[in-house]
Write a protein of this length. Sequence first.
Length: 312
Amino acid sequence: MMRIFFIVLLWFITFSSFATSIKQIVSIETGTGKLEGTLLTPDDVKDSKIVALIIAGSGPTDRDGNNPSMTNNSLKMLADELAKVGISSLRYDKRGIGKSKSSGLKEIDLRFDNYIDDASHWVEYLNNLSRFNKIVVIGHSEGSLIGMVVSQQKDVDKFISIAGSGQPIDQTIREQLAAQPPVVIEQSTPILDKLLQGETVENVPEFLNSLFRPSVQPYMISWFKYDPQKEISKLNKPVLIIQGSTDIQVGLMDADKLAAANKKADKVVIKEMNHIFKEATLDKQANYQTYNQPDLPIKPELVKVISEFILN
């Protein structure tokens, strides 16, 4: 019995010696509830002083990059891989999601600025930890725009946009609706115009209610106020723009627009990387299949590009 115990103990010690990171569950109070996240720190780099705040994209997305309809672990994989090269990270469940569920607001009360404030509070949290002296913000998709605004504060040293939109969201919506039957764009254009002016619309056609329902209009109004090109142009610090060549949600043109708005920014296009950092073709069905493949690794080029930018 003692021999078996010794073998198990030896296995545990050996396994632990190969651990690549130390995971710590952390939280902050928002005034409307608690936000919870994971602080991942390399255990073999004692003098690591750099930490990346990872901001998730749109929708009910958790700290790992997942939501109720898909599991891909994209943000978890990114954090794990960064830890292997000596970079700490903090990723968190968005308000109303996962362990941050208690901070959820009613849809009619939610504003885009709530997400900006949340990320700002996390920057403040990291800034108060004596172990770090540099903070890098990594924003994915919608999180890119949030990250641009948050990175304007002095406590942020560098900013990284991954698959960030290069134009205001109302323009993107108009482009997407233009591919629908003419009646859709005819009925939606006046609504978008009013929302852009900060006015809500009471009578929404039933077939457009899922997009323009009254309870979501205040959020859209607050979101429309932000232009990614204007926000990224305000950053007088190192900026990296990353775009995947097979991203069928955000295009190469978006990365070009962001890079044109900030002439000092570095732009990198990663071949055959889709919106969730996985290798994929431009075939829509095959591309979207990767969104529910949690064991499919992220593109190694992504980690290489990010780590070189952060560490140099």
